[in-house]
Design a protein around this ligand. Structure first.
Ligand code: ADP
Length: 345
């Protein structure tokens, strides 16, 4: 049944497919006798999770709660520990300490695995069988009863807008459709919480919009979502709350409004572009407590009356102002302020 993956020359997809199957096969082996989840328990509760790889501290006491129907965005610079966290939640990494509970059940138990869906970033599908056969194959690993499997495949096809492609061989689908099928395959057991690892990477704008609609419809059904992304605008659009991770710790969490308020209060940002010698602009910006981001000098001010003296000082130093604007800080500003890095560094 296992075909060679032909989508890519690297082995990521093969690994992901094997992991997906391993996750589901382990479940089948465990059987259905484990405890059933508590409906009042949180979809996800991560408590003081820690993980080291040799000398590297990947997770340093991460705690996180995801409430029913909530979409929580996981943002962090490269190497912050996001993947290790997601991998610990789905059972691909064994943490050194801490606990993960899914609807009150320990991660790895049958109940937790049935309730938890995982959409890997890499395409992990069987390329030589049809769309419908792919979904059925993944459903069978969960030992779904026949009628339930049929219903679930129909739901997935509808959700991913792939009904008219159900008989298509997977490898012949467009890139965007493969991505949608990849997402649908992660939902075949109809989980109540789904982890998504950068589902829009490498996707064209039209397919990206389609994926947003799929995620929004999932949210409307009350499914909880953990959404990892490198795109700030996606987090702003899709997520109710954001957790910012750096150096293996959650360094801030909240709605985007509360994060901006907590970090910046009522302060505003002034963005100014100057022409002239880059070294002079950088030195003046730093001397006035600002920072240069993509050749734009950024300052945080308490009151708008500070703008005049700031620009006068630039002119006195010989800098020629090209453009100036004032704005309320956004999520990107919060991220930059807290981590010292841009999300897409
Ligand atoms: P992110 O997903 O935020 O980019 P990761 O969770 O992949 O971060 O990595 C966190 C840290 O742990 C990094 O320093 C990374 O190099 C290290 N790390 C992750 N996985 C392994 C591994 N299997 N072996 C050794 N180091 C690892």
């Amino acid at each position: 049944m296992l075909y060679k993956i032909e989508y890519s020359l690297n082995w990521g997809p093969v690994y992901s497919l094997q992991m997906r199957i391993l996750m589901t096969l382990t479940e089948t082996a465990i059987g259905t006798s484990s405890a059933s989840s508590s409906s009042s328990a949180l979809p996800l509760r991560v408590d003081m999770l820690a993980k080291r790889f040799g000398q590297t501290v990947a997770l340093d006491g991460v705690s996180l709660e995801v409430r029913a129907g909530e979409c929580i965005g996981l943002l962090g610079p490269n190497g912050a520990g996001k993947s290790t966290l997601i991998r610990s939640i789905v059972g691909r990494v064994v943490p050194d300490s801490g606990t993960v509970e899914v609807f009150g059940l320990p991660a790895g138990s049958m109940g937790a695995r049935m309730a938890l869906g995982w959409i890997p970033q890499e395409i992990a599908l069987y390329p030589r069988i049809t769309v419908r056969e792919n979904l059925s194959a993944f459903g069978r690993y969960f030992a779904l009863p026949r009628t339930k499997l049929k219903e679930s495949v129909a739901w997935c096809l509808n959700w991913a807008a792939l009904e008219d492609r159900s008989g298509e061989i997977a490898k012949n689908l467009s890139g965007g459709m493969k991505r949608r099928l990849n997402m649908a395959a992660g939902l075949i057991q109809r989980p109540r919480i789904v982890l998504m690892d950068e589902p829009t990477v490498g996707v064209d704008p039209q397919s990206r919009n389609r994926i947003f609609e799929m995620i929004e419809s999932l949210r409307a059904e009350g499914t909880a979502i953990v959404y990892t992304t490198h795109y700030m605008e996606e987090a702003e659009r899709l997520c109710d709350r954001i957790a910012i991770i750096d150096h293996g710790q959650v360094i801030a969490r909240g709605t985007k409004e509360s994060l901006v308020r907590d970090v910046f209060g009522q302060r505003s940002q002034v963005l100014a572009r100057f022409s002239g010698a880059a070294a002079g602009i950088a030195a003046w910006t730093e001397a006035h407590g600002g920072r240069l981001v993509d050749s734009t000098a950024e300052f945080t001010i308490e009151q708008s009356s500070q703008i005049g003296p700031l620009l006068d000082s630039a002119a006195n130093t010989g800098l020629v102002l090209e453009d100036v604007s004032i704005r309320r800080p956004n999520l990107e500003s919060v991220f930059l302020h807290l981590t010292g890095r841009e999300l897409r560094d």
